[in-house]
Design a protein around this ligand. Structure first.
Ligand code: SF4
Ligand code: SF4
Length: 326
């Protein structure tokens, strides 16, 4: 193709808020597909890879960036500022990964408070030595002026609880193949789903895609953590008494964990017809408990280790509960 006929490159930004960094690594995981990405896009902002400052983004015209992949939840004032700034500067804002989609692992902090977290991290944890009881402050005066840190919020929020989001690409992290598919669909101008859609995932559940054997009306007397049983490699984890989030989780990852003989932990979030993953799991598990005796039922339920943390592992801020009221 003559140079004058070449399609203009899209301007791509990648940002990392409250997250572990795995989503940024998953972008790098495109391997040789990186050449297709580089051929189709100019990276205009990616703090872990490019030396571009926030003030450079602030100087961009509104809508200058074609697509921003925003990973990470909103946990402090810097995350919130960047969510609003990148929304303003981007034509398409994608919540990339579980943390921006539903709160992710950082969202488990909504089971406690900012004060309790600070107490644990800066005062009582086994590895803390802090005799002067120093804690981070949003402002600290020094001779040279005032040092500032972002304000740490009490609640972890999803990206769409702060700004409008065009698309959600779920996963912890999203499957790299799905990222490439979605990216190439945007680049080639393929017809995109309506704004607000989940992309790169299915409406079916993990169970719909799972190759493991299921029997009707399987009843169980106790639950186990995965290391407490000898998995037979073939039977549904739930039917072996191991909590698997398959019934409450969107498919599309290629049953990645189950293929590795580990139960699904729910990182793709619930399908559209499941408003709350915890409620769905309680209903799925309730049908399997092998007792009519209320006391025995409670004993069986007690064998589920950390049910709230397990059922909302990736989704508490985006669930109906949002947080524990304390
Ligand atoms: S509960 Fe888990 S193991 Fe069982 S069918 Fe569903 S995804 Fe597969
Ligand atoms: S199997 Fe479940 S936890 Fe594992 S990648 Fe897929 S959605 Fe995430």
């Amino acid at each position: 193709m003559a140079k004058s006929e070449e399609k203009p490159k899209i301007k791509l930004a990648v940002y990392w808020a409250a997250s572990c960094g795995g989503c940024c690594v998953s972008v790098l995981d495109v391997h040789e597909k990186l050449f297709d990405v580089v051929a189709a896009a100019d990276l205009v902002f990616w703090p872990i890879a490019l030396d571009i400052k926030y003030k450079d983004v602030e100087a961009m015209e509104d809508g200058f960036i074609d697509v921003t992949l925003f990973n990470g939840a909103v946990r402090n004032s810097e995350n919130e500022h960047m969510a609003k700034l990148l929304r303003q500067k981007s034509k398409i804002l994608v919540a990339y990964g579980s943390c921006s989609h539903l709160g992710g692992i950082p969202g488990l902090a909504n089971f406690t408070t900012k004060e309790a977290l600070f107490e644990r991290v800066y005062h009582t944890s086994e590895s803390t030595v802090n005799p002067d009881k120093v804690v981070p402050l949003p402002e600290y005066k020094v001779d040279e002026g005032v040092l500032e840190l972002p304000v740490f919020y009490n609640d972890v929020r999803t990206l769409d609880q702060v700004v409008d989001v065009d698309y959600y690409l779920p996963g912890c992290p999203p499957q790299t193949e799905r990222l490439v598919e979605v990216f190439m669909a945007i680049v080639t101008g393929a017809e995109l789903p309506p704004p607000g859609s989940v992309v790169g995932a299915l409406e079916k559940t993990q169970c719909d895609e799972c190759p493991r054997k299921k029997t009707e009306n399987k009843k169980i007397k106790r639950f186990y953590r995965p290391f407490e049983i000898e998995d037979d490699g073939e039977t549904c984890f739930l039917e072996q008494g191991v909590i698997c989030m398959g019934p409450a989780t969107r498919g599309g990852c290629g049953v990645r964990c189950i293929e590795g003989n580990a139960p699904c932990r729910g990182c793709y979030g619930p399908p559209a017809d499941v408003p709350d993953p915890g409620a769905k799991m309680m209903s799925a598990i309730g049908t399997m408990i092998d007792s009519d005796d209320p006391e025995e039922i409670l004993r069986i339920i007690d064998t589920i280790d950390d049910p709230a943390g397990t059922f909302y592992r990736f989704s508490l801020p985006g669930s109906l509960l949002r947080r524990k009221i304390i």
